[in-house]
Design a protein around this ligand. Structure first.
Ligand code: GLC
Length: 565
């Protein structure tokens, strides 16, 4: 069986275009919320494996799996205790290898999450560091410091955790007295590694090889901008409270020293055949600084969080698209686009929020679901028409809204429990997705079984089964869009975007190719219907269009893909 799958994989991968990642559509799977095979209420690797044909049919090129490694789950697996083991809640190493092989047999690539900024407090090194006491070798692999103040009762500097509160926690010495402090930019259960220590760099090089040897096609690198801290861990001053999107170059983020790490990793990736890639989660202050992570000898892609944070406004959208394309072109990397992920409110809800409520840290306000879905579908078609690579987050192809009314007792996001945390409402986008059936868990797990976060009562109509084959459903819209994107010579990788001047709140651009008429994308961001002035052949629309006597009428918050005739 394994051998046969491997052969098929070779064929599928060999048939794929070279440099596959330059225009790949990459689907993020959040394992605990995707498919639960054993009925414990938490999704798992066998569940994902059984649903791979669905992803193949959807038409994506690759999947990115959020962490499934051994972890106490203090931050839903972003606190890794053993980078080479699969957490029993998700399955076994054999399940992971089987999943990779099955995916390859279907022509899907697999990207796994790598969490190098911090480990779990349960990682063997950190346990040794605590047990062995001050001055011991394992303490050097993390950031341990004596406290300030007369008795060391104050944290060593003014840094704040991204989840709220101080970024330092005081330890207790083996003899029971208060001891040194250790640094954690996230939860206290996530101590930051000291990347100046050679053992840390060595360890991650072998972790990369461990997963590459098991066939993964790349890594999404968590907090890629955080690994190196400024020497001496200086105070930040006024803005000691850290926010992901607002970070400038601070003593803890986007230090130039991180790039040396990625140069090493690029060389490791290139030792392997078939274009293995690295994707940076780097919240850098400008797109130019983000581009530093994808210089030709570093990583391949970086998430475009500036795009995520951009309002639904034609001028703002045009500006961010231009800036993204320009910044990535300068280093020869593809632009990337993303609207939703496991850390931010789903874009069905987010794009309707009042200014400033956009990305993180605030409980989203209720929106009109139908209006939110209409806008989200328009935004998705816009994104998929842009040059480069796009990231989808599980459930967006179903038009899922953010779940904003989770009761406090159901919430699990560690940031929710640290009062001033900027990320405290992330559970709302992590609710297990609906597949089939009329009641929870909607096929996520066995009928009548639990789900780790409660699903809304009205999700039956959003399930895969309810949308499959239904004309006009969001699922069919995504399937059509991905098929067209794959087939149309002007879409995907080519850097061929040309703006068309419009009046009013309309965004319009073309994509040129030698072998087809210009591909056009028009987005009506105004509150009124607009008319496409030229005779046109619609290819795909995000919502119902009207055919008036003078041409196609595009309602508000609707995107049309078309060609001129
Ligand atoms: C990244 C992850 C987020 C996690 C944090 C700490 O931002 O996307 O989910 O909480 O890193 O690992």
């Amino acid at each position: 069986m394994t051998e046969q799958l491997t052969d098929e994989r070779e064929t599928a991968i060999a048939d794929a275009p070279a440099r596959w990642w330059r225009d790949a559509v990459i689907y993020q799977i959040y394992p605990r919320s995707f498919a639960d095979s054993d009925g414990d209420g938490i999704g798992d690797l066998p569940g994902i494996r059984s649903r791979l044909p669905y992803l193949r049919e959807l038409g994506v090129d690759a999947v990115w799996l959020s962490p499934f490694y051994a972890s106490p789950q203090a931050d839903a697996g972003y606190d890794v205790a053993d980078y080479r083991r699969v957490d029993p809640v998700f399955g076994t190493l054999d399940d992971a290898v089987g999943l990779i092989q099955d995916a390859h047999a279907l022509g899907l690539r697999v990207i796994v999450d790598l969490v190098p900024n911090h480990s779990s407090a349960e990682h063997e090194w950190f346990r040794r560091a605590l047990a062995d006491g001050p001055g011991s070798p394992f303490r050097q692999r993390y950031h341990f410091r004596p406290g300030r103040g007369e008795h060391g009762e104050l944290p060593p500097n003014d840094w704040e955790s991204l989840f709220g509160g101080p970024a330092w926690t005081r330890t207790t010495d083996p003899d029971g007295t208060p001891g040194e402090w250790y640094l954690h930019l996230f939860a206290a259960e996530q101590p930051d590694f000291n990347w100046q220590h050679p053992a840390v760099a060595d360890e991650f090089r072998t972790v990369l090889r461990f997963w590459l040897d098991r066939g993964v096609d790349g890594f999404r690198i968590d907090v890629a901008h955080g690994l190196v801290k400024a020497a001496g861990l200086p105070n930040i001053g006024d803005h000691a409270e850290l926010h992901l999107l607002e970070v400038g170059v601070t003593p803890c983020f986007d230090q130039d020293g991180v790039h040396e790490i990625y140069r090493h990793w690029r060389r490791i990736l290139e030792e392997y055949p078939d274009d293995r890639i690295g994707v940076a989660e780097a919240w850098a202050p400008t797109l130019e600084r983000v581009a530093n992570y994808v210089r030709p000898d570093e990583l391949h892609q970086a998430f475009n969080f500036t795009y995520v944070a951009t309002a639904w406004d034609p001028h703002e959208q045009r500006r961010v698209i231009d800036e993204s394309l320009n910044a990535m072109r300068a280093v020869g990397a593809p632009a990337t686009w993303v609207l939703s992920n496991h850390d931010i409110p789903r874009h069905t809800t987010r794009l309707m929020q009042p200014e400033g409520h956009g990305v993180a840290g605030r409980r989203p306000e209720p929106v009109d679901d139908a209006a939110g879905l209409r806008r989200a579908r328009a935004a998705s078609l816009l994104m998929l028409a842009l040059p480069g690579s796009a990231y989808l987050y599980q459930g967006e192809e179903l038009g899922l809204p953010e779940v904003i009314d989770l009761p406090a007792e159901a919430r699990q996001d560690p940031a929710f429990f640290r009062a001033t945390g900027q990320d405290g409402y992330r559970d709302g986008c992590r609710v297990p997705i609906p597949w089939s059936g009329d009641e929870a868990p909607y096929g996520f797990g066995p009928a009548g079984g639990p789900s780790w976060l409660p699903q809304p009562d009205n999700w039956a109509e959003l399930g895969v089964a309810a949308q499959d084959g239904v004309l006009g459903s969001t699922l069919e819209l995504y399937r059509d869009a991905l098929a067209l994107r794959r087939a149309h010579p002007a879409l995907g990788a080519p850097d061929n975007l040309r703006w068309h001047e419009t009046s009013g709140d309309v965004l319009a651009f073309g994509r040129l190719s030698d072998s087809a008429p210009e591909f056009r994308c028009t987005v009506n961001m105004s509150a009124r219907p607009i008319r496409i002035a030229r005779p046109c052949e619609p290819l795909l629309a995000s919502g119902p269009m009207e055919y008036g006597p003078t041409g196609v009428i595009l309602p508000p918050d609707t995107t049309l893909w078309w060609t001129a005739i």
